[in-house]
Design a protein around this ligand. Sequence first.
Ligand SMILES: Cc1ncc(COP(=O)(O)O)c(C=O)c1O
Ligand SMILES: N[C@@H](CCCC[NH3+])C(=O)O
Length: 441
Amino acid sequence: MHYYGTSAVNEDGHLEIGGVDTLQLVEKFGTPVYVYDVALIRERARGFKETFERMGITAQVAYASKAFSTIAMVQLANEEGLSLDVVSGGELYTAIAANFPMERIHFHGNNKSKEELEMAIEYNIGCIVVDNFYELGLLQELCEKKQVKMKILLRVTPGIEAHTHDYILTGQEDSKFGFDLQNGQAEEALLKGMDSSYLEVLGLHCHIGSQIFDTTGFVLAAQKIIERLDEWKKRHQFTTKVLNLGGGFGIRYTSEDQPIQPSEYVEVIIKEVQNKAAQYNMEMPEIWIEPGRSLVGDAGTTLYKIGSRKNVPNVRNYLAIDGGMSDNIRPSLYQAKYEAVLANKPLQKADEVVSIAGKCCESGDMLIWDLPLPKTNDEDILAVFCTGAYGYSMANNYNRIPRPPVVFVENQKATLVVKRESYEDLIKLDLPLKETVTLKN
Ligand SMILES: Cc1ncc(COP(=O)(O)O)c(C=O)c1O
Ligand SMILES: N[C@@H](CCCC[NH3+])C(=O)O
């Protein structure tokens, strides 16, 4: 079994994380519960930042908070000197509540509303990553009205097909995101941005997809963008201050995944930008990146209680846990795979193969297929590894299942950072039939 970060088996033969026995966590916080290894998040953040520092590159490492956005996580990102990528008013609001420095916030999204843009302007955030012509016009209008100048990056699609699941591919021509670099739209957007007295085009952004293991896509994207920047320098005297190459660095969920170290992705990107910049006699831009999954993914473990079992003779043994697609939708959405152990006896030899079913009313609510496990009793605790990215952030209340709490562990200490949702929370926004407002014609 692969143990991530501070995860280990302790003297009592239990899984521990951050020096805390997971069974104690279960006793205190119940199940399901998301547990985060804070030391591992810090290590990952430092891995990215130190590589830029070592190679003498001015950079921003922006945590893509869509992967896992809570006040405590945003504060942790701030403690580690990261910048922050937000994609909605809600993520921005979380950053505001966490007192995150506004100048290090970058606002993304392919359909930011007028209200969201106004909020970004009001809080004077670091920059807006403009995605399309509609937004460019709207932002220019809002900035003019408020008589402010906003820094922007233009998100471009370089026409790269990275090797990953179709739903998380974003750099190809046929994408809902960004200005196309090849068909002239990116250049048109640049001219509009340069022409505006209320916008300052800091540079370009691209994000080719998520859970990518190969550096080729990043290299090709950097090449294509810098070639275009050279043309724009000649034609429009535009020099880019910033080149943001997005996130998407892959992590290990199972033994099928073989990611490289975060530092290796960064080194390859830096070297390519340096080579290309030298080739075109271009000033070296700042390099920004936006890792989400690779900062928090393997730091998260979800603990579940084992419940019912259904054996279909000669077919399959189903073992159900007290969560499922409501706290981790990734297996149902992307056929994502995970590894797991019994937290109360991780070293015990497997003696059967089971499939872990969630408790939602959906046949597709299967968390792990064909997992070798020791014979289980109900009340055993299943620890599913690597659930730190897009688990809590994509959690939902399907079947009115309350979302689990989030606990940070570090140096033998556990801190509750998100409370468990209660049944009262679930109905908090509901109004009884008689009190609802009806609109009459
Ligand atoms: C624009 C942008 N930046 C950053 C990310 C973070 O990606 P990941 O979590 O794969 O690092 C995403 C998500 O794919 C994204 O769309
Ligand atoms: N939510 C996706 C990644 C989407 C990345 C956001 N652009 C996942 O869990 O893999």
